[in-house]
Design a protein around this ligand. Structure first.
Ligand code: ADP
Ligand code: MG
Length: 778
C-alpha cells in the first residue's frame, strides 16, 4: 500500500509541474484565455465547492458553454494542483462515439498534451488511453459494460454523465445503476450534465440533488418556417412532383392525392387541413404518416439545394449546418450538391459531412474554419444538435426530422423511422446558428407543424425493444428485471419488459426461472444485439463460423453496399454480381467482403470498392469487428485453435440455416409473391423488398421462404436484406431450434427429416444441437 502511495505521490508532483509549465507557456496561456472566456468559467469555484460537499449534482447550461470540455477538466486541474492528480480517476460518458473522440482530442489539446496521456477515450472498437490517463471520455455503453464486471467502479473518483436531457436508453440505464451504487461508494462523485432546462427532473430523481445552471450567451436567431422559406427562395412546391425521388412508391401516391390542392399554393391551409383531418394531437400513427409523407416532399433535396443557393448568393458570410436524418440521405444529398454549378464548386463551397460513423480522420475538418471567400456547409445528423459544437455556424437548415427507433410493444416490432423531432430539439437546432453572431434558421416545415411537435422527445427506454438491456440487467445480478426497471426515471411498459424476457428465454439466454444461462452470460459480453450474438455462437457450433462472422459483423456495422442517387441502377447491378444465384443479400455481403480482402492483399482494395460501389470504410469497420468478435469467442473457449469451426463453412445450406436461426422470426413467405417487389408475411401483412436487395432482381425465387434481418417502416414496410431458405431449414433452425425443442419432439422430427429433408443438414442439426443445449443448460 504505502509503496504504491509513494509512487502515486511522486507521479502527482510530476503532473503538477507539467501542468504549471504548460499554463505558463505562451501557447498554454493563450488557451487559458480562451477557456476563461467560456460561460462555464464563472461557475468554476461554485462547481468545485458543490462537488466537494455533495455526492450528486446536476448541471445545466446552453450547448457550447463549456460543460463537456471544461467541467471534468476543472476537477482534473484542481486535483493536480492540490498534488493529488495521480489519485483521481474521472470518467465522462457521451451518448455517441464520435463526441467521445472529438471531446477527448479537444481537451488534450487544451492541456497541451497528446491524446492518450492524461486525457483519453474509449469507444467500441477504438480507444486511446494509457497508464497515465486520469480523465477518460467514453460512450455510456462502455461504462455500462465496465459496470457488468466491476460492480463498484473501483478506483473511479468522479463520474460525469453527459447529455442526459437526450434521455438515451444507456443514460437512463446508467442512472439506475449509479443510483444503486452511490450508497456503497460514499466517496464517489456523480455529476449529471444536461443542455436544456429540465434539470429538476434529474435532481428529484436523486433526492433533491443541488443544481447549478450556467447562464450562457447566444445571439438571437431568426426563425423562418416553410412559408417564409418558399417565398425567400421562390421555390415552387409543384415542381417537387417531377424531380424528387426522396421516398418510396407509397409516398408518390400521397403526393398525387395532394396535388390538386397544392396548386392553390396555400401551403399553410394544406397542412392545417392534414392536421385537422387526422387529429394530430393524439399522435395516431395515421396522423404521423400522412403528415410525414406530406412533409417528406417538402424536404426533398431540391428544396435544401434551393435554400443553400439562397444563402450562398444572398446572405452574409458564415458557415451553414444542415440537419438531416441519416447517413444515407447525407451521402445522397452530398452527391447531388457536388454536381451543382455553385454548391459543387470547391473554390466557393467547402462541403463537409458529420455523422456517427465517420472516421476520426475526417472529423477534424468540421471544426476548422473555411478559407476566406469559401462557404463551409456541413451536412449533419442530429449528432450536431447538442453533442458537437461547430463554432462558426451562422445558418441552420432544419429538416425537422431525426431517425429514431420506435417500438410498438403490442406488435413487438421495432421500426426505424425518420420521425418528427420535438420542439425542444427544434429550438436546440436553431440555437446552433447563434454562436458567433446573430443567425438565421430555416425550418423546412410550416409553423403549424412545429406547433404540433411534442414538447420533448419520448425517452429511448420507452421506444426501443429491451432485449439487449434486459440481458445486461440480468448480468448485473440485481434481481428481477421488472423491479430493477421500475426504478427508472420513466419505467417502460411491463409488456415491453415481458416481450424482452420472453425473447431472451426463447433464444436460450435465460432459463425458465429467468436466470442467466451460460449462453446468456456469454451474449451479454458481446457488444452486439443478443440475436446476432446468438447467430455468431451458432456459426461456431455448427462449424461454419467464418461466413457467419462476416454477416454478423456486417449487420451490426452497416451495409457496405453504397447506393448513390444518380447511379442507383449501376450500383444495384454491381451488387447483384455478388449474388451468384444464391438468393441472399447476406451471402452477397460475404462475397463482397472476401473479394475486398483479396483485393487488399494485392493493394487494389480502393479500386475494388470503387468498381463495386462498396464503402471501404464500412468494410474496414466490419473487418475490425470480425477481429474483436473472434477474440471474445476464442477467449470464451468457443473456438478451436485448429480451425475446426470452419470445417463446414462451404456447406451453403448450413450457412443459410444459421442465418435463419439468428434472424427468426423475421421471416416472410415467398409463396405469395404479389408483385415483383412485394410479399405477404406469415401474419398476412405486406412487405416490400428494398430496391437494392439481390432478391428484388429475380423473377422467381426457388425458395419458399425469405428470412430477413431488418424491417423498416417508411409508409410501407420494407425489408432490407433477405436470404432464401427451404422448408427443412425453417423447421429445423427456425422455430424448433430457437424455442428449445425437447428430445421427444426431436424424435418426431426425425421421421420427417428421414422422409424428405436435406439429410446432411439434418445430420448436422442432430450432431450439434446437443452442444448448443449444453451451452444453454449450465
Ligand atoms: P458544451 O458541452 O457545454 O456544449 P463544450 O465543452 O463542448 O460545450 O464546448 C465549449 C466550447 O469549446 C465550444 O463553444 C467551442 O468554442 C470550444 N470547442 C469545443 N470543441 C472544440 C474543438 N474540437 N475545436 C475547437 N473548439 C472547440
Ligand atoms: Mg457537451
Amino acid at each position: 500500500g504505502s509503496v504504491m502511495e509513494k509512487v502515486l505521490q511522486r507521479r502527482s508532483l510530476q503532473m503538477r509541474n507539467m501542468q504549471r509549465a504548460w499554463q505558463e507557456s505562451p501557447e498554454g496561456n493563450k488557451m487559458l484565455d480562451f477557456r476563461k472566456s467560456l460561460p462555464s468559467f464563472k461557475e468554476k469555484e461554485r462547481l468545485l465547492q458543490a462537488i466537494a460537499r455533495n455526492q450528486v449534482i446536476v448541471i445545466s447550461g446552453e450547448t457550447g458553454c463549456g460543460k463537456t470540455t471544461q467541467l471534468p477538466q476543472y476537477i482534473l486541474e484542481s486535483e493536480i494542483e492540490s498534488g493529488r492528480g495521480a489519485f483521481c480517476n474521472i470518467i465522462c460518458t457521451q451518448p455517441r462515439r464520435i463526441s467521445a473522440m472529438a471531446v477527448s482530442e479537444r481537451v488534450s489539446a487544451e492541456r497541451g498534451e497528446p491524446l492518450g496521456e492524461t486525457v483519453g477515450y474509449k469507444v467500441r472498437l477504438e480507444g486511446m488511453k494509457g497508464k497515465n490517463t486520469h480523465l477518460l471520455f467514453c460512450t455510456s455503453g462502455i461504462l455500462l459494460r465496465r459496470l457488468l464486471s466491476d460492480h463498484n467502479l473501483n478506483g473511479v473518483t468522479h463520474v460525469f454523465v453527459d447529455e442526459i436531457h437526450e434521455r438515451g436508453m444507456n443514460e437512463d440505464f446508467l442512472l439506475i445503476v449509479l443510483k444503486d451504487l452511490l450508497p456503497r461508494r460514499r466517496d464517489l462523485r456523480l455529476i449529471l450534465m444536461s443542455a436544456t432546462l429540465n434539470a429538476e427532473l434529474f435532481s428529484n430523481y436523486f433526492g433533491g440533488a443541488p443544481t447549478i445552471h450556467i447562464p450562457g450567451f447566444t445571439y438571437p436567431v431568426q426563425a423562418h418556417f416553410l412559408e417564409d422559406v418558399l417565398e425567400m427562395t421562390g421555390y415552387k412546391l409543384t415542381s417537387l412532383n417531377q424531380v424528387d425521388d426522396y421516398g418510396q412508391e407509397k409516398l408518390w401516391k400521397t403526393q398525387r392525392q395532394l396535388l390538386p390542392r397544392k396548386r392553390k399554393n396555400q401551403i399553410t391551409a394544406l397542412v392545417e387541413d392534414a392536421l385537422h383531418k387526422s387529429n394530430f394531437e393524439n399522435y395516431s400513427s395515421r396522423a404521423r404518416d400522412s403528415l410525414a409523407s406530406w412533409t417528406a416532399d417538402c424536404i426533398g433535396f431540391n428544396l435544401i439545394e434551393a435554400v443553400l443557393c439562397h444563402i450562398c448568393r444572398k446572405e452574409c458570410p458564415g458557415a451553414v449546418l444542415v440537419f438531416m436524418t441519416g447517413w444515407e440521405d447525407i451521402s445522397c444529398l452530398r452527391d447531388q450538391l457536388k454536381s451543382h454549378p455553385l454548391l459543387g464548386d470547391p473554390n466557393r463551397v467547402l462541403l463537409l459531412t458529420c455523422h456517427g460513423s465517420m472516421p476520426t480522420s475526417e472529423q477534424k475538418f468540421i471544426f476548422e474554419k473555411a478559407p476566406p471567400n469559401i462557404r463551409k456547409i456541413v451536412l449533419a445528423t442530429n449528432m450536431a444538435e447538442a453533442s458537437i459544437t461547430i463554432n462558426d455556424i451562422v445558418f441552420v437548415v432544419d429538416c425537422g426530422k431525426a431517425k429514431e427507433t420506435t417500438y410498438d410493444a403490442l406488435n413487438n416490432t421495432p421500426c426505424l423511422l425518420p420521425s418528427w423531432i420535438s420542439q425542444a430539439s427544434a429550438r436546440q437546432r436553431r440555437g446552433r446558428a447563434g454562436r458567433v453572431q446573430p443567425g438565421q434558421c430555416y425550418h423546412l416545415y410550416p409553423r403549424c407543424v412545429y406547433e404540433a411537435f411534442a414538447e420533448y422527445q419520448l425517452p429511448e427506454l420507452l421506444r426501443t425493444p429491451l432485449n439487449s438491456l434486459c440481458l445486461q440487467i440480468k448480468s448485473l445480478q440485481v434481481g428481477s428485471i421488472g423491479e430493477f426497471l421500475s426504478a427508472a426515471l420513466q419505467p417502460p411498459e411491463p409488456l415491453a419488459v415481458q416481450n424482452a424476457v420472453d425473447f431472451l428465454k426463447r433464444i436460450g439466454a435465460l432459463d425458465e426461472k429467468e436466470n442467466l444461462t451460460n449462453l446468456g452470460k456469454f451474449l451479454s459480453m458481446l457488444p452486439v444485439d443478443p440475436k446476432l450474438g446468438k447467430m455468431l455462437v451458432m456459426g461456431a457450433i455448427f462449424r461454419c463460423f467464418d461466413p457467419v462472422l462476416t454477416i454478423v459483423s456486417g449487420l451490426s456495422v452497416r451495409d457496405p453496399f453504397l447506393l448513390p442517387q444518380e447511379k442507383k441502377n449501376l450500383a444495384e447491378i454491381a451488387k447483384s454480381r455478388f449474388s451468384a444465384k444464391d438468393y441472399s443479400d447476406h451471402m452477397a455481403l460475404v462475397r463482397a467482403y472476401e473479394g475486398w480482402k483479396d483485393a487488399e492483399r494485392e493493394g487494389s482494395g480502393y479500386e475494388y470498392c470503387w468498381r463495386n460501389f462498396l464503402s471501404a470504410q464500412t468494410l474496414q469497420a466490419i473487418h475490425s469487428l470480425r477481429k474483436q468478435f473472434t477474440f471474445i469467442l476464442r477467449d470464451a473457449g468457443l473456438l478451436d485453435e485448429d480451425g475446426g469451426n470452419n470445417k463446414l463453412s462451404h456447406n451453403q445450406s448450413l450457412v443459410r440455416a444459421v442465418i435463419c436461426s439468428g434472424l427468426f422470426p423475421g421471416i416472410t413467405s415467398v409463396v405469395h409473391r404479389e408483385t415483383s417487389m412485394s410479399f405477404k408475411t406469415m401474419d398476412d401483412g405486406q412487405v416490400f423488398l428494398y430496391a437494392n436487395s439481390v432478391n428484388a432482381r429475380y423473377q422467381t425465387i426457388p425458395y419458399p421462404w425469405l428470412v430477413f434481418g431488418e424491417k423498416i417502416k417508411v409508409n410501407a414496410v420494407f425489408i432490407r436484406d433477405s436470404t432464401g431458405i427451404s422448408d427443412s431449414i425453417l423447421i429445423l433452425f427456425g422455430g424448433a431450434l430457437s424455442s428449445g425443442v425437447q428430445a421427444g419432439h426431436l424424435k418426431m422430427l426425425q421421421g420427417y427429416i428421414d422422409f424428405f429433408m436435406d439429410p446432411s443438414l439434418a445430420e448436422c442439426f442432430l450432431k450439434f444441437k446437443e452442444e448448443l443445449d449444453k451451452l444453454i443448460q449450465k
